[in-house]
Design a protein around this ligand. Structure first.
Ligand SMILES: O=C(O)C1=N[C@H](C(=O)O)C[C@H](O)C1
Length: 307
């Protein structure tokens, strides 16, 4: 694993469309058969990378052995299929010392980087956030994407703090879920070379790319993946009409997949369409309501009719 330097950072900073893969469970355990099927399916579609154990991957309910198995099986299936798709591993926590120790233990894992959320619940200062991520950067052999999602963590890492952290060679970008278009636009405008801004706000995908974001990490791209990729490619060639048309085709899908806490709707969809053998979630996350299941069934049937 190449350790990023200021010189090569542009080659390793994530770009384009990444998928935060759900973690399939069956009878309470990691479902390796379904996981391999997901890798074979999404590995052929033209995505730029996969994030394992992100929010959508129900990372907070995985133990360390399961996380290791998740990475091992995913990397093994990618290799078996000959797919060259980078894997990032999600990490979260509010104990800097404990996270630093965990990062040291992950140095030799077959991953391309880490997606690390801001510390949650304790609501540290901006100075505390800077110190936290500097310690993590010193502890990680892999590149780091900082995951800024205030509505989940209770803390927003402001642009001044983020741009100070962007000076570290192995902090290669941000997954931006700040929920403030002005903050997002300013970060995109001021980001240094080799530091990517990827939106994690599905509903703002088109707006973020319009503002100049380097890409996105979108749970909703589990469904109609080709349309999300078409938007990426239309922006890349400067074809705004095509990007707008592809985005308008997804207008109803994104809010539907987030109508109840993520990833319940996505798992239901993948189960109903045969990509996973069970739509199980782990508490405290729960399956979709009967009412949302009816709405999803209707959308699935309409998609199948249109195919
Ligand atoms: O799994 C993720 O990482 C994502 N989490 C966001 C959320 O659930 O808040 C949504 C985004 O699509 C990716």
């Amino acid at each position: 694993m190449e350790i990023p330097s200021s010189a090569n950072r542009s080659q390793v900073s994530p770009q384009g469309l990444w998928l935060p893969l759900i973690t399939p469970f069956r009878d309470g355990a990691l479902d390796e058969t379904s996981l391999r099927r997901l890798i074979r399916h999404y590995g052929t579609l033209g995505l730029d990378g996969l994030v394992l154990a992100g929010t959508t991957g129900e990372s907070l309910t995985l133990d360390e052995d399961e996380t290791q198995r998740l990475v091992e099986v995913s990397a093994d299936e990618l290799a078996r299929q000959g797919y060259r798709l980078p894997l990032y591993l999600g990490l979260s926590g509010s104990n800097t010392r404990k996270l630093a120790k965990r990062l040291h233990s992950l140095a030799d894992w077959p991953i391309a980087g880490h997606l690390i959320a801001c510390p949650y619940y304790s609501r540290p200062s901006q100075a505390g956030l800077i110190a936290h991520f500097r310690v993590l950067a010193d502890s990680s052999r892999h590149p780091i994407l900082i995951y800024n999602i205030p509505y989940r963590t209770g803390v927003n890492i402001g642009n001044e703090a983020m741009l100070q952290l962007a000076e570290r060679a192995n902090i290669v970008g941000a997954k931006d879920c700040c929920g403030d278009p002005a903050q997002s636009a300013e970060l995109i405008r001021r980001r240094p070379p080799g530091f990517s801004v990827l939106t994690g706000e599905d509903a703002f995908y088109h707006a973020a790319l319009t503002a100049g974001a380097d890409g996105a990490i979108l749970a909703s791209a589990h469904v109609e993946t080709a349309s999300f990729i078409a938007i990426r490619d239309a922006f890349a060639r400067g074809d705004e009409p095509a990007a707008g048309a592809a985005w308008r085709s997804l207008t109803d899908l994104v809010p539907l997949l987030f109508a109840e806490p993520n990833p319940a709707a996505i798992k239901y969809w993948l189960w109903r369409t045969g990509l996973i053998d069970s739509g199980e979630l782990r508490l405290p996350m729960t399956p979709v309501s009967a009412a949302l299941a009816v709405r999803l069934d209707g959308a699935i049937d309409r998609m199948k009719s249109a195919a």
